[in-house]
Design a protein around this ligand. Sequence first.
Ligand SMILES: Cc1cc2nc3c(=O)[nH]c(=O)nc-3n(C[C@H](O)[C@H](O)[C@H](O)COP(=O)(O)OP(=O)(O)OC[C@H]3O[C@@H](n4cnc5c(N)ncnc54)[C@H](O)[C@@H]3O)c2cc1C
Length: 464
Amino acid sequence: MTTTPSAPTATAPARTRPPLPPRRLPRRGRPIVADVLAALAGLGLGITLALGISAQSLHSVATLPGLLTAVGRVTGLLASYAMLVTVALSARIGPLERAIGQDRLIRWHRRLGPWGLYLLLAHVVLITVGYAGLEGTGVLHQLWLLVLTYPGMLGAAVATALLFLAGVTSYERARRRFRYETWWTIHLYTYLALLFAFAHQVDDGASFVEHPLATIWWTTIWLALLAAVLWWRFLLPVVRSLRHRIRVADVVRESPDVVSVVLEGRRLDRLPVAGGQFFQWRFLTKGAWWEAHPFSLSHVPHGDRMRITVKDLGDHSRELAGMRAGTPVFIEGPYGRFTADAALNPKVVLIGAGVGVTPLRSILQDLDEHADVAVLLRGRSREDLVLRDEIADEVRRRGGRLWEVLGPRATVRLNATTLRKALPDIHERDVFLCGPEEFTQLVAAECRRAGVPEARIHLESFVL
Ligand SMILES: Cc1cc2nc3c(=O)[nH]c(=O)nc-3n(C[C@H](O)[C@H](O)[C@H](O)COP(=O)(O)OP(=O)(O)OC[C@H]3O[C@@H](n4cnc5c(N)ncnc54)[C@H](O)[C@@H]3O)c2cc1C
């Protein structure tokens, strides 16, 4: 049986309840935030480079080993700066997340991450070769001496090893071999590595020793990053979770491999979340408390309830089917820009496949009452269409159009021609698209071919 958190129960009293206060919505993303932060990151890079270069003397770079050492010092600074920006991109900083979206931020994080490691490798090699030249020793012997006899260098060596471990395990091929949680735990150690790296730099770095201004600059930017991580990744989620005291209210089976988890909490209407957004959910049971998983809302908060709908895709999603009522839940978020207010005009089409319809269901709730709504659901069979009945009810209530495209992928194709045939004005609509990665990319391309401008195609695929 399919129920929604807002569905009245059979025993509900007949008298009408006072209307619920309007829900709190998240602040709109401001694109200028991205420009300002990009400018600040560029300025920071300029200052860091200037500090690194000005700390070298002409005399010290007159010989090849001296030059290698100087370049090695600058690459060390640049490596740290690249890592600082890489961590900032994944720190879930609210305004940045709202302006750019977590999926794009994570993509940039992944693109920039390797550069920090290349620069770090260059730093280690150049400094070692440079010092070996200056001291007249062998390179390996010099590396040994550096690590074991220079103050703070052992910590720096551990930091380097941890950072490379996080980098190597993040490569697509290597990552597929690990459980998500193993990869995530390894990634956590990068915070420790960055702490060691920072201590090594301010204690031993030629750019900082006897350069108080440089030390103040460096300490300030790292403290700012630490504050951002502490606030957005730890304290804000703690505050929100304590304030709303979310618990599992019910688990409803939607189909053999899909369940809805209805959640209840205090004043959920004050939780600033929009339909289509997701939280990282941590269900506080003995076996699951240590892992957080992203799930989109399939029903926006209504009074003291909201809902997620989850497909059994692995051990954790399977576990959710057995969650007991009353299980406390810790939330991080909300995240994501896949929301009704991304639409540029009131004509929209929502296209979903499989469990990808969950955020579409909650976007449907947030669309303007006068929006011209069309919904396309794709599945192998009718039983595959998650939340089909309640979506159909909502589309009917709005006087919109629903159509179902059923059958195997190999024979039933969703292309520009079929899209245009079903919806001749598709090129005038905003398209909200969610489903498996391959499906969203393919349908997005067909929408473009059908004349939908890029800016009107809004995608969510369940991959970070
Ligand atoms: C933004 C977003 C929204 C999502 N919304 C929904 C939803 O509404 N309903 C739904 O059924 N599924 C949703 N998912 C997918 C869901 O998060 C994964 O299916 C779930 O985390 C799998 O965990 P598992 O332990 O069951 O499976 P596993 O076998 O551990 O993993 C299966 C797949 O999920 C990925 N995954 C595992 N854990 C995480 C994690 N913590 N973060 C990101 N990816 C992970 C793995 O890399 C793997 O590709 C969403 C994913 C994202 C990124």
